[in-house]
Design a protein around this ligand. Structure first.
Ligand code: CU
Length: 165
C-alpha cells in the first residue's frame, strides 16, 4: 500500500515537472520558407519609380513574394505575432488570402494569435507574410532573414529558405 502511494506521488511529481518550466509563451518557428521570385527590373533606369504604378496598382517596384512557416507555441501563455521585418523587401505585411466569389483575394491583418500549446500555420492560400517590393532576386536555395516581432516573446529572427514550389 505504501509502495503504491510512493509510486503515485512520484508520477504526479514527474507530470508536474514535465508541464512546469517557464510560464510564458514558448515560440518555435518551424520550416520557414519563401517563395522564389525575381526582383523585377524597372522599365527605365533613369526612372526612380514614381511613374511605375500603372498595371501594378499600388505595388512597389521590385516584385513581390511571400513567406510561410509554422509558428508553434509550447508555452502556457498565448502570444501574438504583430510585426515582421526583412531586408529582402521594401515593405513586409501580414496577409490572409481568401476566396471571394471564386476569386482569390488577400488583405492585411493586424497580427496572428498563437494559442498556448498550439500552433498556427502560414501556408499558400491562407495566412502569409507578404514581401512587397523585393530588393533582390530570391532564387531557390537562397536564405532570407525574417525578424518576427511577438507581443510577449519579443523579436525572433529566423532564416527562411527560398524554394520554387
Ligand atoms: Cu499577400
Amino acid at each position: 500500500m505504501k509502495t503504491r502511494f510512493v509510486i503515485l506521488v512520484t508520477l504526479i511529481v514527474l507530470v508536474v515537472s514535465a508541464c512546469g518550466g517557464a510560464s510564458g509563451p514558448d515560440i518555435q518557428v518551424e520550416d520557414p520558407w519563401v517563395r522564389a521570385a525575381p526582383m523585377l527590373e524597372k522599365q527605365n533606369e533613369s526612372d526612380e519609380g514614381m511613374s511605375s504604378g500603372g498595371e501594378m496598382g499600388s505595388q512597389m517596384d521590385g516584385g513581390n513574394s511571400a513567406a510561410y512557416m509554422t509558428i508553434a507555441n509550447k508555452g502556457r501563455q498565448a502570444d501574438r505575432l504583430v510585426t515582421v521585418k526583412s531586408d529582402a523587401a521594401q515593405a513586409v505585411e501580414i496577409h490572409i488570402s481568401k476566396m471571394v466569389d471564386d476569386v482569390m483575394t488577400m488583405h492585411q491583418v493586424d497580427g496572428v494569435d498563437v494559442p498556448a500549446r498550439g500552433q498556427v500555420e502560414l501556408k499558400p492560400g491562407g495566412l502569409h507574410i507578404m514581401l512587397i517590393g523585393l530588393s533582390r532576386d530570391l532564387n531557390a536555395g537562397d536564405q532570407v532573414s525574417l525578424s518576427l516581432g511577438f507581443e510577449k516573446s519579443g523579436e525572433i529572427i529566423v532564416e527562411a529558405e527560398v524554394r520554387a514550389p
